[in-house]
Design a protein around this ligand. Sequence first.
Ligand code: GTP
Ligand code: MG
Length: 444
Amino acid sequence: MTDTIYALATPPGVGGVAVIRVSGGKAFEGLRELGLQNEITPRHAVFVSFKDPVSRETLDKGLALPFRSPASFTGEDVVEYHLHGSPAVIKKFLETLSRFKGHRLAEPGEFTRRAFENGKLDLTEAEAVADLVHAQTELQRQQALNQLEGGLSVLYRGWSQRIKKGLAYLEAAIDFADEDLPDGFDLPVRENYKQIISEIDEHLSDNNKGERLRDGIHVAIIGAPNAGKSTLLNAFAKREVAIVSDIEGTTRDILEAHLDISGYPVILSDTAGLRPSMLGKSDQDKIESEGIRRAIERAQSADVVILLFDGDKDIAKQQDTLSLIDERSILVLNKIDKASARTEGGYIKISAASGDGLSKLSDALAERLVTLYGNRVAPSLTRQRHRNALQTTREHLLRSVMGAQADLTAEDARMAMRELGRITGRIDVEDLLDVIFSDFCIGK
Ligand SMILES: Nc1nc2c(ncn2[C@@H]2O[C@H](COP(=O)(O)OP(=O)(O)OP(=O)(O)O)[C@@H](O)[C@H]2O)c(=O)[nH]1
Ligand SMILES: [Mg+2]
């Protein structure tokens, strides 16, 4: 018998209601000990005056909401306690639960883990629970929900089924043929596997969309010292993240702010002003040159780069910034509020200080993100784990297609299926039997 686990399900601190969740074989017993007299009716909330079973002291008055196995999130008996959301009530209640037989505090993710182990969710769906809980932007919510509803599972299971069908055909042909197999009998299977490979390739070459939506899209502000990079970061973040001054070389480290740009999670970074000519001239510059090195590194790794030009100075002289123009850049001219400001075309013109033009820049950024990642949530892989497993699946499948003999083709296809199953964690019994008994011959 596994332990009955409990934990606070809502954030700690003060709130209108706090929810404590209990899951396991002794969950209902605990509810009785806490004072429920009547019979337990699953999925019906009851108002209870919760009492410490030993001291008979009242802990709180609140609701208990029981779910009977297997019709619960974890698949076990579950009771949710809706209490007054105060730190003292929560502490007292958890303390009381800790003294119950077979009860212990849940480990991180343990409720979802049990849901997986009891077949309520597959691995990608379990991961989606975590993503949904952490979703900060609209597209993150949509993506997590899509995955929770089985978007990835359906896709991967579909491939797995098709590989399995081909495998069945190959094995039947190999095992039952009483004469030599005709040349090319396995051609349709190989064709089908080739098709799956190209579908996997398409799924993999999505610009890392799912991972970016999950982890954040990196947008870097790059430009000469005093161009107004820190002012721009602060304007977007709506708070004083970075120090702004008219001294060139104020910013050294990379500073980040998390933004929501039209539902896309963006990590906007402010960097040291590019001024390589000053590098290595004094002790002070050692720090600045490290800052510039980091700035250039960030410019290279970012998904989108805002190249910020100082509109108060000659653009042609901002060589270090100009030399970084590539397909990832958005060209922006700052300080247009100044009387002496440039008027060159091809730039988005802003005043980071007054806020002028910022909505235009924000729109341009959103438009770029739509181009890069689309604005419709399709099932996209969200983790390196998925990517690695798919790449291995692809390798096995490719070897299967190239296999000189049908039995080699079959063996590689089996490995491809197993690798796919690893992503969802669902290698169903039938698949396992396939793998186990495939080494037997018919008749044994
Ligand atoms: N008039 C005007 N001044 C601005 C604008 N944006 C920034 N400044 C001023 O320009 C100076 C430099 O601004 P910062 O934001 O510190 O520039 P930076 O690019 O971060 O500079 P470094 O960190 O040294 O690379 C400050 O005095 C700002 O107040 C603007 O749109 N208009
Ligand atoms: Mg700065």
